[in-house]
Structures are given as structure tokens and as C-alpha cells.
Design a protein around this ligand. Structure first.
Ligand SMILES: [Zn+2]
Length: 262
């Protein structure tokens, strides 16, 4: 049985001490491929160097909403969104990436939403121009993001990472070519709405993700999350949908291959 982790920050320092050992345990548990999102300009090159060092690791490039306020000029002023867009285009012209992202809007952080949106818009333009899928971070901003996605021509769609929400919202995204990233949230009994939603959605719309080192599964709160836990999320999804683990593994792997053209 094979799995692809569609969203794992495996380049983060949290994995520095034992990345090779974790990867070996991933392989042993069937997790044989990882998609590693971009988060800020300074991280793109090191990420590409990392993904180039191991087959089965794929990188993306983008500016995560949490990093938007850190993209500054030497004098401390924020870099113009257009300049970030040029930097991203330049990068994609000379480096292989499977997606644009992680990008999006987050209503729970201090960075004003207008500033986040300006940086998000240039990334939507770049994704459209390069015909790449998007990895989206959407936190309490579904209406705003859906509105923007309708404005842009996004030939490859993308994925709503760490999806939680209603079936209607999921279907709105799916109709626009966006997959739903299913992660550790579904292992928590209190996430009743999301658990119900993922049991109803078309299997063709779902991909699995750990979001490691964040989003630990139920029972492991406060601990570093790891992509080797992905089969536990898959097992929960199989249980919720009343199907076999093999079925979930096969179908989500196929979906992820289509989404990122692996
Ligand atoms: Zn992420």
C-alpha cells in the first residue's frame, strides 16, 4: 500500500536532527512521496536543493500568509506585491516546482487582510500564467477566497489544504477544480462536522496530508507531527467512509498524481 503526503513541511528545522530516519520510517509505512510547500522567498532555493537530493520529494514555491509581513526590503519596508510576483516568476522559470503555494488568506493573524490579498493575487496570476496548481491556506476566509478564485482563470485548480467546513463549501471548491486536503483534523471526535463532510464528498476530490510538523493527530497533541502518521489519517478516512484502507490509499494516491502531474 502506497501513500502520498500532499502537504508536509519536511524542510523545516523541526526535522533537521532526524530527517533521514523519519524518511526511512515513512518508506516502511508506505509513505513514499511528499509534496513540500514553499513559504517565503528565502526558503525556495534551500527547498529545491532538498527536494533534488531525494527522489519522491517534490517542492512548490509561494509566499504563505504568515510570512507576508516578513518579506521586507533592507530598509524594513514591505516589498511591493508586484516585485514578489516577479521574483516568483523568475524562480519558476529556472527551477522545477509542482505547484504555486502555499498561499492564501488567514483572518486569524495580525497582517491586514488587504496586504495578504495583494500578495495572494500576484500568486494567483503566476499560477495561471505558468499553468501550475495552487496549494491554498484558507483560514476563516472561505468567502473571500472563493470570490477571488472565480475572478482568476486557473487552468490547473489546486488544493484547499487542511480542509474543514461544510459539504456545500467543499463542493464549491471542487466544481472550480480544487481538491480537498484531508489531514489529522478528522481523527478528533470533536471535529464532527468535518468528519461528516469527508464521509460524503466524492472520493475523486480528496487528497491526504499530514501538514507535519503541525497538526498532530488525536492523542498526540503537543508532539511534533510526522508524515509517517499519514496511514493513520487514511485509516480514519476509510472508517468514516466504510471502505477499505487499500481503496483509500489507491484513490487518494491517484488523485494526488493527477493534481500535481507526478
Ligand atoms: Zn502548510
Amino acid at each position: 500500500m502506497k501513500f502520498i503526503d500532499s502537504h508536509c513541511h519536511f524542510d523545516f528545522d523541526a526535522f533537521q536532527p532526524d530527517r533521514a530516519q523519519i524518511w526511512q520510517r515513512c518508506i516502511n509505512s508506505g509513505v513514499t512521496r511528499l509534496i513540500i510547500p514553499g513559504v517565503c522567498r528565502a526558503q525556495w532555493h534551500p527547498l529545491t536543493a532538498l527536494t533534488g537530493s531525494q527522489s519522491g520529494w517534490y517542492g512548490a514555491a509561494g509566499i504563505h500568509p504568515w510570512w507576508v509581513a516578513k518579506e521586507s526590503n533592507p530598509d524594513g519596508s514591505l516589498i511591493q506585491p508586484e516585485a514578489l510576483g516577479w521574483a516568483l516568476s523568475d524562480y519558476l522559470n529556472s527551477n522545477h516546482c509542482v505547484a504555486v503555494g502555499e498561499c492564501g488568506l488567514d483572518a486569524a493573524i495580525e497582517t491586514p487582510i488587504e496586504i495578504q490579498e495583494a500578495v495572494f493575487r500576484v500568486q494567483l496570476e503566476v499560477a495561471s500564467e505558468f499553468e501550475l496548481p495552487l496549494i491554498l491556506h484558507v483560514h476563516r476566509t472561505h468567502n473571500e477566497v472563493l470570490k477571488l478564485l472565480k475572478q482568476f482563470r486557473l487552468p490547473r485548480g489546486g488544493v484547499i489544504h487542511a480542509f474543514s467546513g461544510s459539504e456545500q463549501m467543499a463542493m464549491d471548491y471542487w466544481k472550480m477544480g480544487f481538491y480537498l486536503g484531508i489531514g489529522g483534523t478528522i481523527t478528533y471526535a470533536r471535529a464532527a462536522k468535518t468528519r461528516r463532510t469527508v464521509s460524503q464528498l466524492p472520493i475523486e476530490s480528496l487528497v491526504l496530508e499530514s501538514d507535519a510538523p503541525d497538526m498532530p493527530i488525536s492523542g498526540r497533541q503537543g508532539l511534533r507531527n510526522s508524515p509517517e502518521n499519514l496511514p493513520l489519517i487514511a485509516a480514519e478516512l476509510a472508517k468514516l467512509r466504510g471502505v477499505s484502507l487499500q481503496d483509500i490509499a489507491d484513490k487518494t494516491q491517484n488523485n494526488t498524481e493527477i493534481l500535481f502531474s507526478l
